[in-house]
Design a protein around this ligand. Structure first.
Ligand code: TMP
Length: 237
């Protein structure tokens, strides 16, 4: 049922399908960082990110947060609802790390007094710059009510995932979400939720179990992705 390739990104391919209103997402082992400057492969990442994202989308659906996820097709592929991606990356942060730690001069690991929500303009040529609501208005990339909806959904997703992950001995440091709009105009969580797009730290040792191991050349990259999947109850193949 897989038809022509519609889009190829750094970590996924999106295909047209025979099912009306549905796309097929194929997760790749390719990894990039720093806007594509650093390139590599993380063996097994496609399979693990497909499994981990499917698990989170199912969990969120049970908690009343719908997403584009329909079902897993095989090890590397999931069927999703067709949406038009809003070119805004929504980042939610509970603990200072990465670009926030740098920008605000906070030590990595400082817990944030209140949850931080940020918007980045999804544009590779510009290097995904940080933007605010007036930038979004000026660019005309989302309606005011849609931005409010993005923020509300992102905070609810944070609540569900942070609490759930804590029961698995993991801290949800921060993460990035993307949303799309359905043909009926509904704003729907899309893309993926995986160690590529989240920072996960072991709750007691603060060991990094996410893509920062690749970005910062920390070693044991594959093992970290496998560890996350195992903590969520998955079995390693
Ligand atoms: P940052 O601290 O580098 O801004 O990253 C914040 C979060 O967003 C972190 O969990 C990693 C995720 N992220 C992506 O998913 N894609 C990206 O291109 C970047 C820069 C970050």
């Amino acid at each position: 049922m897989k038809k022509e390739l519609l889009y190829e990104g750094k970590a996924k391919r999106v295909y047209q399908t025979d099912e009306p209103g549905c796309y097929l997402v194929d997760f790749k082992d390719d990894a990039t960082a720093f806007n594509g400057e650093k390139k590599g492969t993380i063996t097994g990442k496609g399979r693990l990110n497909n499994a981990i994202s499917s698990h989170f989308f199912e969990l969120l659906a049970k908690q009343g947060v719908p997403s584009h996820f329909i079902r897993q097709i095989d090890e590397r592929q999931m069927l999703v609802k067709q949406v038009k991606i809003i070119p805004i990356e929504v980042v939610v942060r509970n603990i200072a790390a990465g670009s926030l730690a740098k920008r605000l001069g906070l030590a990595e690991g400082t817990s944030l007094k209140s949850t931080v929500v940020e918007f980045y303009y999804k544009d590779d040529a510009l290097g995904d710059p940080l933007i605010n609501r007036s930038h979004i208005r000026t660019l005309g990339i989302a309606q005011e009510d849609q931005v409010a909806e993005l923020e509300q959904q992102a905070l609810r997703i944070n609540e569900v995932l942070e609490n759930y992950l804590f029961t698995k001995g993991l801290l949800l440091v921060d993460f990035k979400l993307e949303f799309g709009v359905t043909s009926e105009g509904q704003v729907l969580l899309a893309d993926e939720i995986s160690p590529d797009t989240c920072r996960f730290w072991d709750a007691s040792t603060h060991e990094k179990l996410d893509k920062d191991r690749f970005r910062r050349e920390l070693g044991s990259v594959e093992e970290a992705y496998q560890e996350i999947w195992q903590r969520l109850g998955g079995t390693t193949a």
